[in-house]
Design a protein around this ligand. Structure first.
Ligand code: NAD
Ligand code: MLT
Length: 315
């Protein structure tokens, strides 16, 4: 791979200072300017060779067109949904992510959601803080002996599987590119989606949001699930059809949901997050000290690798 020559880098979202330190050590000019309005970003982006974002900055075609000198865009995280990758590629700009740094944090939040949903931790806590001693409304269910379906068995999905096996759950899953033998190595029985729906007590999604996964969990697929199924989404809003999920919660077909991500962030569909059987967090999957430290270092080190013409792991 030919090397990418960089002098000036703009960091436009809050990214751990480790990235700044690594890049400045190489005598690169690094400007941290977070909270820029769209017009401000368009005005200054032409002065930079590279851009680092988290998820707030929307790197649209307009931004890419204004970035006359841009050669590289780095996402300090996994999803690149906030970057118009086709427009960047067409403009000859390389887009990379930090694929592994926040995996364990997203895994652990998923496990927390599964447990919290099963035992009404958030709801009972809120009630008690409001002075209500209610032990009747919050009878949950054990995880032992239940079946959890993991859709998407990449970095996060497989780590969720091995952790939930510690609770004696049966782990089944689906991923179009991971062969059944590979799934068996981390204890997941690979099944088709049609086989999964009626068997799962829990369904957790860990795919990117792409046309094939948009509304993957919808009214039709939910109807094929067991009554009492619980749905977890710590991946991307839009993989679960929010209206269908709300209907199924209201009818009692779905017993609970754990949501970290939403079609719109913050969510406008407040009926869903307000539902008593929903435990929700505001896109906190990667919000740990460790994950933010990891992704900052990962993206900065990959920038240095690309400057030296080395191959990188990210997209
Ligand atoms: P990954 O690329 O390692 O794994 C994704 C897997 O999904 C791949 O194995 C892929 O084959 C599979 N997949 C693709 N299409 C599929 C389909 N139609 N059906 C089933 N599986 C399919 O990604 P990852 O690092 O495990 O991340 C998974 C998701 O979690 C991404 O959407 C990422 O953006 C998101 N994420 C969210 C947070 C958060 O803060 N909530 C943090 C990290 C990652
Ligand atoms: C990701 O894709 O890495 C997550 O959504 C976490 C983040 O927003 O950084």
């Amino acid at each position: 791979m030919s090397s990418i020559k960089l002098n000036s880098i703009l960091i436009s979202d809050p990214v751990n200072n480790a990235a700044v330190e690594i890049l400045r050590e190489r005598k690169l000019q690094v400007d941290v300017r977070t909270g820029l309005a769209k017009e401000q970003l368009l005005e200054i982006i032409g002065n930079y060779d590279a851009l680092i974002v988290r998820s707030v900055t929307q790197v649209t075609k307009e931004v890419i067109d204004a970035g006359r000198n841009l050669k590289l865009i780095g996402r300090a995280g996994v999803g690149v949904d906030n970057i118009d990758v086709p427009a960047a590629t067409a403009a000859g700009i390389v887009v990379i992510n930090a694929p592994g740094g926040n995996t364990i944090s997203a895994v652990e939040l998923t496990c927390a959601m599964i447990l919290a949903s099963s035992r009404y931790v958030a709801q009972a806590c809120a009630a008690l803080k409001n002075g209500v001693w209610d032990r009747k409304s919050y009878t949950g269910n054990e995880l032992r002996g239940k079946t959890i379906a993991i859709i998407g068995l990449g970095r996060i999905g497989r780590e969720v599987a091995t952790r939930m096996q510690a609770f004696e759950m049966r782990t089944i899953g689906y991923d179009p590119i991971i062969p059944a033998e590979a799934c068996a190595k981390f204890g997941v029985q690979s099944l088709s989606l049609e086989e999964i729906w009626p068997q799962a007590d829990y369904i957790t999604v860990h795919t990117p949001l792409i046309p094939e996964t948009k509304n993957l969990i919808n009214a039709t697929t939910l109807a094929k699930c067991k009554k009492g199924v619980r749905i977890i989404n710590v991946a991307r809003g839009g993989i679960v059809d929010e209206d269908a999920l709300l209907d199924a919660l209201q009818s009692g077909h779905v017993a609970g949901a754990g949501l970290d991500v939403y079609l719109e962030e913050p969510p406008r569909n407040t009926q869903l997050v307000q539902h008593p059987k929903v435990v929700c967090t505001p896109h906190l999957g990667a919000s740990t000290k460790e994950a933010q430290d990891n992704v900052a270092k990962e993206i900065a080190l990959q920038f240095l690798d690309l400057m030296e013409g080395k191959k990188v792991q990210g997209i």
